[in-house]
Write a protein that binds this ligand. Sequence first.
Ligand SMILES: Cc1cc2nc3c(=O)[nH]c(=O)nc-3n(C[C@H](O)[C@H](O)[C@H](O)COP(=O)(O)O)c2cc1C
Length: 327
Amino acid sequence: MAERTDSLRGDIPHLLLAAAPMQDVTDLAFMRTLMRIHCLPDFWVTPYIRSARTTCAMTHEPLRCISENPTPTPIWAQLAGSDVAGLVRDARELMRLPVAGVNLNAGCPSPLVNRHGAGAALLRNLPLLSEIAHALREELPAGTWSVKCRTGWESPAEFDKILEILCSARPDMLMVHARTRKQLYAGLPDRDAVRLAVQRAECPVLANGDICSVRDAHSWLHDIHPAGLMIGRGLVRNPYILRQLRGGSAASVEEMHLYDEALLEETAASLKRYTAAGHCNRMKKYLAFCYADFSDEAEYALRRCTNPADMRQLLHGARETGPVNAS
Ligand SMILES: Cc1cc2nc3c(=O)[nH]c(=O)nc-3n(C[C@H](O)[C@H](O)[C@H](O)COP(=O)(O)O)c2cc1C
């Protein structure tokens, strides 16, 4: 389990490793946890901050990830919206904060977000996508505008046109979650779409979708040659994947215990009003992505658990018997 892995950075010297934004998951507690266990990505992207004509995005919770970023790692502020003037106003305001830049969310599949024409809904309104993309390009200085998109609303056949529009607005980085909105989070990521983006875009392209192991990462890199990888659920499941992708060793069981312990402590500290049940519920937001490594019995017990001391013990046992995702 602790053997070293080939350095992917050997294959691509400047391979970027980014943490995918995940609402209620890649929050301050998670950032603090990764800092404590020395598993930091090359950059963060905040969970989406809603931007609307009348509501200024500057009041939203994910802003704390920027203002209280406990890590030395740069963070992009992600905006989700469909009102051009509101997005430009909020992008300008966000640039006053210590951010790497502003990221446009063109992938969120939430019905609530899509009903307002934002997130992945931009992919089925290409004139608006174009208007927003060009307006943000005009507002944001070189190096500070990126887009995170899916490959289409309904079908990957839409991606060609989407890419043409995005490329014409000259983003500084493109992160492609290689699925359509219709696929949500299931189904095979569409490598051909990311390949197309890598070939066409003048900026670095990061591949995103189901990267949970060094093997997954290798296949993306060798087939598609993106400038980097963006990892979401796989990072919550095993943050040490970053070390492995940088050529280091896989996580030991003891290190996974350290991760669980740090997450328990940071989650407890992040609660506005502490209750044992609230603490466990918060933990379950992360654990949802870890159950694949546990036995069915351990998962069942963890899902029902309302006491942090019991949760600590259950996690300890689950790690001892379950496999760490080290392949
Ligand atoms: C619970 C959850 C919350 C998410 N929140 C966001 C978000 O705020 N902004 C965004 O661009 N993507 C969001 N995503 C999508 C992820 O960033 C990522 O694109 C997706 O999970 C696929 O990557 P993965 O297979 O590495 O997890 C979210 C995904 C999940 C599961």
